[in-house]
Design a protein around this ligand. Structure first.
Ligand code: 13P
Length: 296
């Protein structure tokens, strides 16, 4: 069923848990994410947005994601990830998306506020909640670039409070050293900064760039009020690795369905593992292992 509203986010923040925001590109990634939501019994956000729309077509992918979420026995919100385009945001809101992220993080502060307010005005009128970002993450949302946090800019706690008050957003994506995609060296978060943001801001916090993040950092962020965690590159890697190993078996008989199913099942297994990790955030030892670059 569709997960609407922010109650699940607020409850997650209160209980020291986080809801995963899993990025989908096609039928099989949607199916894998839905299967993980059903197996985990936890709420999940299915994020189908801009770059995947270019591949699949906006109407087709929106319809697919919404249909899958509505038909599922799990509670699944359908979320537009990283959009700078008010027309796209309006299209997703009007189609029935349960939340949108308006990304003005590349803009000067006042312009980010203006863009975000406009998205909030349209979304709230339809009962859709809004995530926005302050500070900027390094890295690419669709390809791992081995980014370092130096390429971004950190969220300032006082400015974050002003931003939330001025825009009326429901969740704030923060930049505290997190980067998009896998990195050769382990990422360290500025957890004291995250705590200051948490104290300054009344809405749930969102952490982007969870792929490859050492567990101690990830769960440290969840314990400090991050209620939504975005994951993309880890699902992409699982999908492509499984498809690549299925291809040699498929070529003789040209069994495309078995190949796609392998990708779907790998996404489901990876998403299920991450959903379980985020469902409770116990203290973990601060041992940080190097993270392999996936190149995906
Ligand atoms: P990763 O690719 O690092 O998981 O980041 C995903 C993300 O933040 C999507 O918005």
């Amino acid at each position: 069923m569709l997960l609407t509203g922010t109650d699940a986010l607020t409850a997650a923040a209160r209980d020291g848990r986080a809801i995963p925001g899993f990025v989908a590109y096609n039928l099989e990634t949607v199916q894998g994410i839905v299967a993980a939501a059903e197996a985990s019994g936890t709420p999940v956000l299915l994020q189908a947005g801009s770059s995947a729309f270019k591949h699949a077509g906006r109407e087709a992918l929106m319809g697919l994601a919404l249909h899958a979420a509505r038909r599922s026995t799990a509670r699944i919100g359908v979320h537009l990830d990283h959009s700078r385009d008010l027309t796209e945001i309006a299209a997703c809101v009007d189609a029935g998306y349960t939340s949108v992220m308006v990304d003005g993080s590349h803009l000067p502060f006042a312009e980010n506020i203006a863009l975000t307010r406009e998205a909030v005005r349209h979304a709230h009128a339809a009962g859709v909640w809004v995530e926005a970002e302050l500070g900027a993450l390094a890295g690419d949302e669709d390809v791992s670039t081995d980014a370092t946090a130096d390429g971004g800019s950190m969220t300032d706690p006082a400015q974050a409070a002003e931003f939330v008050a001025a825009t009326g957003i429901d969740a704030l994506a923060v930049a505290v050293g997190n980067v998009h995609g896998f990195t050769a060296r382990p990422v360290r978060l500025d957890l004291p900064r995250l705590e200051r943001i948490r104290s300054a801001v009344p809405v749930p916090l969102v952490l982007h760039g969870a792929s490859g993040l050492p567990e101690a950092e990830l769960l440290g962020a969840v314990r400090r009020g991050v209620a939504k965690v975005n994951v993309n590159a880890e699902l992409r890697r699982a999908y492509l690795t499984a498809v690549a190993s299925a291809v040699p078996n498929a070529t003789d008989g040209a069994d495309v369905v078995a190949t796609w199913a392998a990708g779907r099942d790998a996404v489901a297994a990876t998403a299920l593992r991450i959903a379980g990790q985020l469902a409770s955030a116990p203290e973990v030892a601060g041992v940080v292992e190097p993270v392999p670059t996936g190149g995906l």
